[in-house]
Ligand binder design. Structure first.
Ligand code: GTP
Ligand code: MG
Ligand code: ZN
Length: 285
């Protein structure tokens, strides 16, 4: 049989669903990739022969969480409430997008709740990130979201329950992915998404629903380079008195001054300090 090229849309218990034009093939990879320590990921362009993956084509990027390759855009979903916003998690995900050269978009979902979210929008828009707001339950903001997806491969990411599957179903126009329970009791594990799956929303337009995280850590970022992931720090670094200023305890620090003058958001700075101490404490660098 001839070798054909396709894209992996789902990985489940050692099987891989590969889309070739309008057909889907369920494939194996038979240990081939375990040896090279590179397991095929959703989003991988692959060559298949007789329902077997023969080759993974070079990746443009790859994420550990969610496990996906070759995306153009990452939409980081934050709920206004239930679960409440975790901005440290948001900052960490932004860093991983930057590290992978992927355009991040922040989606504030569940705006139908009474919680205020304008401050989050302001903080991240001021730094230069694109922020959109949605109410997936009542289909508010979905058209705007769909415009962002055109001709791209986009993955949703965010902690469990923020609404990634509900947004995906809205985009697809029908239920492709099961949504979690609305129940206040939050029966954990029920209807939460278990696999990354890529859906074709329109020609050339793919969207991936992904499992939510309960914990999340940055990968391969050293405390020494952490400052580079806070783009809003850059204009003020020249005002630091000491070379190699960490912006934590030094005096005459351009970053600390900018925070005092409210040029840099205090919350972002505090989360920088928290993450710096944590990464430094890990001592693997
Ligand atoms: N009020 C309100 N509820 C929403 C909204 N979006 C989603 N929900 C509800 O929130 C719950 C969780 O939504 P999901 O789409 O399953 O969340 P998820 O991000 O896919 O969660 P995981 O798969 O566990 O990662 C469901 O009960 C949805 O109906 C929204 O905009 N407003
Ligand atoms: Mg889900
Ligand atoms: Zn400094």
């Amino acid at each position: 049989m001839v070798i054909i090229q396709g894209i992996i849309t789902k990985v489940y218990s050692d099987r891989y669903r590969v889309k070739v034009e309008n057909e889907y093939f369920d494939c194996t990879a038979r240990g081939l990739f375990k040896l090279k320590n590179s397991k095929p990921l959703v989003g991988d362009r692959v060559e298949i022969k007789n329902n077997h993956i023969e080759k993974i084509l070079p990746r443009k990027n790859e994420f550990v969480r969610p496990p996906i390759a070759n995306i153009d855009q990452l939409i980081i979903v934050v709920a206004t409430a239930n679960p409440k916003p975790d901005l440290l998690l948001l900052d960490k995900q932004l860093m991983m997008a930057i590290k992978n050269n992927v355009e991040p978009v922040i989606c504030i979902n569940k705006i139908d709740f009474e919680e205020s979210y304008e401050e989050i929008v302001n903080v991240y828009e001021n730094i230069g990130y694109q922020v959109i707001t949605t109410d997936a339950k009542n289909k508010v903001g979905i058209e705007k979201l769909m415009l962002l997806l055109q001709n791209k491969i986009t993955a949703f990411a965010g902690n469990s329950g923020v609404g990634k599957s509900t947004l995906t179903n809205n985009i697809m126009g029908h239920t492709v992915s099961e949504e979690g329970l609305t129940s206040e009791k939050l029966e954990r594990g029920k209807h939460t998404t278990k696999y990354v799956e890529l859906y074709e929303a329109a020609e050339n337009t793919y969207v991936a629903d992904t499992p939510g995280f309960s914990t999340y850590e940055v990968q391969d970022i050293s405390y020494k380079e952490l400052e580079n992931y806070y783009e809003e720090f850059t204009p003020y670094m020249k005002d630091c008195k000491y070379r190699g200023c960490t912006h934590i305890k030094e005096d005459e620090c351009g970053i600390k001054n900018a925070v005092k003058k409210r040029k840099i958001d205090k919350g972002r700075y505090e989360r920088y300090c928290e993450l710096y101490e944590k990464l430094k404490g890990e001592k693997k660098w």
